[in-house]
Design a protein around this ligand. Structure first.
Ligand code: SF4
Ligand code: MSK
Length: 624
C-alpha cells in the first residue's frame, strides 16, 4: 500500500511538500523506493558477489542451493568482502574530501588560491606543533606551507603512523598496535581493501574485517580529522551561534540559492558571493529583495557551524526543497546528491549547477570550480541564480512556513570553552550522576525509516534519561528541526541534564558539525578519557546511527567502534547472510576492541540499549 505523506516523514514541512509533489505528479525517493519493493534479499543479506566475471554468484541462505561461489567463496567470505568494500568507499569519500581541502590549503600557501586565507592562526600553530614543525623565526605562511606538506604526506604514507592517531589515549593506541590495525597511511589502507577483495586474495572473514577496522581508523583519525582541522584553519573553528532550519527558511521575495553536498571549499565562497554588493544590486534589478543562501546536508552544516547560514533540510529533503518551486539554483559539489535532481529541477525553474571536477549528474549546468579562481566562479554561480529569479513561477510556489531556531557551533574547542577551559565540569557532572553519560547520534536519512522518526525519538529518549547528546550530519539537522538544539529544549531533559544545560546556557543536544566532524567527537571523547586516565571504551558513552544509508556511515560506524564506543545501527547492514560476520560485529568485537555493534530499528529500544550500556560502564567505573 502506498504510504501517506504522514507515514513518510514526521516533519510537517516535509509532509506538505510530499503532498505538493503528489498533487503535481512529481516523483520522489519514496516513490522510487516503492517501485524497488520487494528489494533483493540476496543483496539485503550481503551474499551476492560480482568480484569476478565467472560470477555473479549468490549463496542460498536456506542451504538448499549453492553454498559457495564458483571460486569456492562462502557466505562468510562474500559478506566480509562486501563489507570491506563499503568501508573502503566510505573512507575514500571522507579522505578524498580531506585531500582536496589540504590541496586548497597548500595552493593558498603558495599564493595560488587568493580567495582563501588563514582564519584560525591558533589552530594553525597548534597543528604545526603536533607535527613537530618549528615555529621559530617563520612567518605563518611558511608554517602553513610546511603543515600542508606534512598533511599531504599522510595520504601516501607507507609505514605510518598517521599523526592524529597519537591523539587517542595510550591504552587505545597500544590495543590497535597489538592487533596490527594501526593505520599506516590513508591511501594505503583503502587500496589494500580493493586488493584484498579481488578474487583469490583475502579469504578469511575475520582477517578481512580486521583490515576493515584499520581502514576505518585511517578515516576517523586520518582523513576525516584532517578535513575538520584544516577546514577550521581555513574557515575558522566554529563557535556557538544561532540560526534557523527547515524548508521555511526559503524566502518568498529573495533569490534562493541552495548549497548541497559536503565540501566547504565551495560553499564558503558562495556565502561570500551572496553578499557581493554588485550581485545584491542585480538581485534588486531582477525584482528580488536580496539573496538567501540555505544549506542541505553537510556542506550546509559546514556553513551553518561557521556563519549561521540557515539549513533547508537534511538528505531526504533535497528533493522537497526543489518542490517548493522557490529555488533559483541548487548548487552541488560531492556526496549524498541524488541524480534524480536533474529530472526534478527540469519540472521547475531551478538551475541544477554541478561544480566538482569529480561529480556530474544528468541535467546539470556545469560550472566547474577551481581554487585558483574560487571567488570569481562563486560570483558567476550566484549571478546565474539571480538571473533566474524572474523565471520563478509564482503559481508553483509553496514554501512551508515551518522553520525552527537552533543553537549550533559546538566544536570540541567551543565545548571546552563553555565548560570553562577543561572537561572537568562535565566529568564532575558525569561522576555526580547529573549527566549519566554521552550519546553520539549521527548519520543519514533512509527511506526505509520514516524521515527523522528514528533520529528525533532516539535523541529525545536519551536526553530524557540525562544523557548529553552530541550530534553531526543529518541527525543534527533532524534534531534542529524538532527544536532540540535550543537551550529551552533542556525542559525535555531529565532533571540532572536540565540543570547542567541551564547553568551553562547550552542545549541538551550539541551540534558538532558535518559528517567529517565526527572526528571532533573522537577528540572530545579522547580528552575526557585522558583526563580520567582511562580508555575511550571505559567511558559511559554510546553511539547511534538511527537512519544511516551511506557507505561513509559504514566507515564511521567501524571507526567509532574501533575507537571503543558501542554503536547501535537503526537500519540493518547487509551482513545477515553470514552468521560468523554478524556474530563478530555484534559480540566478538567486544573481546577484541572493547566495543561492538547492535542493530535495533526501534529508536526507543535502541535508546534502552545505549542506556544499559552507559549504566554498565558507570558501574565499572564505580559510579552510581
Ligand atoms: Fe563468484 Fe568468486 Fe567471482 Fe565472487 S569472486 S563472482 S564468488 S567466482
Ligand atoms: S550528509 S552521509 S546523508 S549524514 Fe553528511 Fe547526511 Fe549521511 Fe550524507
Amino acid at each position: 500500500m502506498k504510504q501517506t505523506a504522514f507515514e513518510k516523514s514526521i516533519d510537517p514541512a516535509s509532509q506538505k511538500m510530499l503532498e505538493k509533489a503528489e498533487n503535481e505528479g512529481i516523483e520522489t525517493a519514496w516513490d522510487r523506493y516503492e517501485k524497488q519493493l520487494p528489494q533483493c534479499s540476496f543483496g539485503q543479506l550481503g551474499i551476492c558477489c560480482r568480484n569476478c566475471n565467472m560470477g555473479p554468484c549468490r549463496i542460498d541462505p536456506f542451504g538448499e542451493g549453492a553454498e559457495k561461489g564458483i571460486c569456492g567463496a562462502t557466505a562468510d567470505i562474500i559478506v566480509a568482502r562486501n563489507l570491506l568494500r563499503m568501508i573502503a568507499a566510505g573512507a575514500a569519500a571522507h579522505s578524498d574530501h580531506a585531500r582536496d581541502a589540504v590541496l586548497t590549503f597548500k595552493k593558498m600557501t603558495e599564493g595560488e588560491a587568493g580567495s582563501y586565507g588563514i582564519k584560525d592562526k591558533t589552530k594553525l600553530f597548534s597543528l604545526a606543533s603536533e607535527y613537530g614543525i618549528s615555529l621559530e623565526g617563520k612567518s605563518h605562511e611558511e608554517v602553513a606551507g610546511e603543515l600542508a606538506s606534512a598533511l599531504l604526506a599522510e595520504f601516501g604514507k607507507q609505514e605510518g603512523p598517521i599523526q592524529y592517531t597519537r591523539r587517542a589515549p595510550e591504552a587505545r593506541l597500544r590495543l590497535w598496535t597489538s592487533l596490527g590495525i594501526e593505520p599506516r597511511g590513508v591511501d594505503r589502507e583503502i587500496v589494500e581493501c580493493m586488493h584484498r577483495t579481488h578474487i583469490g586474495v583475502d579469504n578469511d572473514a575475520t582477517h578481512i574485517l580486521l583490515h576493515g577496522l584499520r581502514t576505518s581508523l585511517s578515516d576517523g583519525w586520518g582523513g576525516s580529522m584532517i578535513a575538520t582541522e584544516i577546514q577550521d584553519v581555513l574557515f575558522g573553528t566554529p563557535e556557538p551561534k544561532k540560526s534557523t532550519v527547515n524548508l521555511g527558511v526559503l524566502s518568498h521575495d529573495k533569490v534562493n540559492v541552495i548549497i548541497h553536498g559536503h565540501e566547504p571549499i565551495l560553499s564558503e565562497m558562495i556565502v561570500q558571493a551572496a553578499e557581493d554588493p554588485e550581485l545584491l544590486e542585480l538581485a534588486k534589478e531582477k525584482g528580488a529583495a536580496g539573496i538567501n543562501v540555505a544549506g542541505i546536508c553537510c556542506t550546509g552544516n559546514e556553513t551553518l557551524m561557521r556563519h549561521g547560514t540557515p539549513i533547508a533540510g537534511n538528505f531526504l529533503q533535497q528533493e522537497l526543497a526543489v518542490v517548493t518551486g522557490a529555488v533559483e539554483a541548487m548548487i552541488v559539489d560531492v556526496q549524498c546528491i541524488m541524480p534524480a535532481l536533474g529530472n526534478l529541477t527540469g519540472c521547475y525553474h531551478t538551475k541544477f549547477i554541478s561544480t566538482s571536477p569529480k561529480a556530474d549528474f544528468p541535467g546539470t549546468v556545469r560550472m566547474e570550480f577551481h581554487e585558483e579562481r574560487a571567488y570569481d566562479t562563486a560570483r558567476e554561480i550566484v549571478r546565474t541564480a539571480v538571473e533566474n529569479f524572474p523565471n520563478r513561477n509564482i503559481e508553483k510556489v509553496n514554501i512551508p512556513e515551518e522553520k525552527q531556531e537552533c543553537m549550533v557551533g559546538f566544536s570540541a574547542e567551543a565545548i571546552l570553552k563553555a565548560l570553562g577551559g577543561s572537561p572537568a565540569p562535565l566529568i564532575d557532572a558525569i561522576a555526580g550522576g547529573a549527566v549519566k553519560g554521552i550519546g553520539a547520534v549521527v548519520g543519514c536519512n533512509n527511506v526505509k525509516v520514516q524521515h527523522n522518526y528514528g533520529h528525533v525519538n532516539l535523541v529525545k529518549e536519551l536526553i530524557k534519561n540525562n544523557v548529553l547528546v552530541v550530534t553531526t550530519g543529518c541527525n543534527a539537522i533532524a534534531c534542529a528541526e524538532a527544536g532540540l538544539l535550543v537551550p529551552e529544549a533542556a525542559a525535555q531533559a531529565g532533571d540532572g541534564l536540565k540543570g547542567v544545560c541551564e547553568a551553562l546556557g547550552i542545549p541538551p543536544v550539541l551540534h558538532m558539525g558535518s559528517c567529517v566532524d565526527i572526528s571532533r567527537i573522537l577528540v572530545l571523547a579522547s580528552a575526557i578519557a585522558k583526563s580520567l586516565g582511562v580508555d575511550i571504551s571505559d567511558l559511559p558513552a554510546a553511539g547511534a546511527a538511527p537512519e544511516w544509508m551511506s557507505e561513509k556511515a559504514v566507515s564511521i560506524g567501524a571507526y567509532v567502534v574501533s575507537s571503543g564506543v558501542f554503536t547501535v545501527l537503526g537500519t540493518v547492514p547487509p551482513v545477515l547472510g553470514s552468521q560468523a560476520v554478524t556474530a563478530l560485529l555484534t559480540k566478538g568485537l567486544d573481546n577484541v576492541i572493547g566495543a561492538s555493534f547492535a542493530v535495533e530499528p526501534d529508536p526507543f529500544k535502541a535508546a534502552n540499549l545505549m542506556l544499559e550500556h552507559i549504566e554498565g560502564k558507570r558501574k565499572a567505573l564505580g559510579l552510581n
